[in-house]
Ligand binder design. Structure first.
Ligand code: V47
Length: 360
């Protein structure tokens, strides 16, 4: 039996063995991935109406790949008040956003209670909105700063109204690469423990992988395998009672940062990565081709190579756009729908947990 058949059958192969999947041609991989995605979702492509809010770019950590955090290359520090965040969230809600996605730099000026107050205030003003907030890196930062323990932080977040956690901060789990690109940030093991504890509270989260910088193919597969192993009980995910909902390969944006990178992945290498993710991560329901990092065109092509989701309308975005992505002002819903349908798919608006809301 060849490697692809063995992988599809679920044989226990290691990262080194699985990295040879990249040696298949793109169409063979794409067909295998597309078969899995069509069996799950047929011709549907999901998107949501969301709003990203990044309350501050002042950061205690120093990640070489980051163009967002205030530094010599981005000498523009800012921090928003709770009232300012609230007024952005309310105006986005009025424009149709059903999810508010709050991710911040690790701002040393904020107290522990500031976060809880922020989440409570958002939920008090907008009880219907899905609040997706706090990467595991932020949770770990609060734990390091205030010494409360990540378990308590997660329990407090849930009590304050956080509905799900985004997948940021995973970067690349391989410890050697991680040390080079984001030394001092949440460890790989801790990132996974934080998500697993959150899942044990009956909550969903996403998982990301930052790729296209200095990592190699085996590092990417190792990252996927750690996610696969961390996703313990697929039935729980299906019942939406805790687990990873979507895997999001984030393509590295190269401008305005301190990470020196010589080679960038070709479109083929990117699509192969997405297909391989769909093939390996069969216990993670969704593969998100985040249009902000891939560009709209490649994210649409990715829907034929294993992905089933585009992310959303965003309205405003600061992290990837600081690195060069064209996502600063998000995208109109009509344009999203038009482009999905124009690519030959059914445009399905979903909520944050992938319940279908409407076919446009
Ligand atoms: O953790 C930072 C990444 C992440 C760069 O869960 C960069 O639905 C590319 O996690 N090039 C934050 N990426 C964004 C994120 C996310 C986005 C959309 C949806 C979801 C979700 C999560 O952005 C960070 C980091 O990995 N990032 N700098 C860069 N130069």
């Amino acid at each position: 039996m060849d490697l692809l058949d063995k992988t599809l059958k679920g044989d226990n192969l290691n990262a080194n063995e699985l990295s040879k999947l990249y040696e298949y041609d793109i169409f063979t991989l794409g067909k295998a991935a597309d078969t899995i995605r069509r069996k799950k979702y047929d011709n549907k492509v999901f998107f949501n109406m969301n709003r990203h809010i990044n309350p501050s770019n002042i950061c205690a950590d120093v990640c070489k790949f980051c163009a967002f955090s205030a530094s010599r290359k981005n000498p523009n520090p800012y921090e928003m008040s709770i009232d300012e965040i609230l007024s952005q969230a309310i105006s986005s809600y009025k424009r149709g956003a059903k999810e508010i996605h709050i991710v911040s730099a690790h701002n040393p000026n904020w107290s522990y209670n500031w976060y809880l107050e922020l989440f409570s205030e958002v939920k008090k003003s907008l009880p219907d909105v899905h609040l997706k907030a706090m990467t595991a890196a932020e949770v770990d930062y609060l734990d390091r700063k205030f010494g409360v323990g990540y378990q308590k932080i997660l329990e407090d977040m849930a009590k304050a109204g956080v509905n799900s956690m985004p997948g940021g901060g995973a970067e690349i789990f391989d410890e050697k690469v991680r040390k080079h690109i984001c030394n001092g940030k949440v460890s790989s093991q801790r990132w996974i423990e934080i998500h697993q504890y959150w899942h044990s509270l009956g909550k969903m989260s996403n998982c990301t992988m930052l790729f296209g910088h200095i990592e190699n193919r085996e590092n990417r597969i190792d990252h996927m395998l750690r996610i696969k192993n961390a996703q313990q009980d697929f039935n729980i995910v299906e019942a939406k009672k805790g687990g990873f909902n979507a895997f999001i390969p984030l393509l590295y944006q190269k401008q305005n940062n301190y990470l020196k990178v010589d080679d960038f992945p070709s479109g083929q290498e990117i699509l192969k990565t997405i297909s391989i993710a769909r093939i390996i991560l069969q216990n993670v329901p969704h593969i998100k081709a985040y249009w902000a990092t891939l560009s709209m065109n490649l994210a649409l092509v990715a829907q034929e190579f294993g992905a089933d989701d585009m992310d959303g309308t965003i309205q405003a975005e600061s992290i990837q756009s600081a690195g060069g992505a064209k996502s600063k002002s998000g995208m109109e819903k009509d344009d999203m729908v038009f482009q999905i349908k124009n690519a030959g798919f059914r445009a399905i608006e979903r909520d944050s947990l992938y319940n279908e809301l409407k076919e446009w």
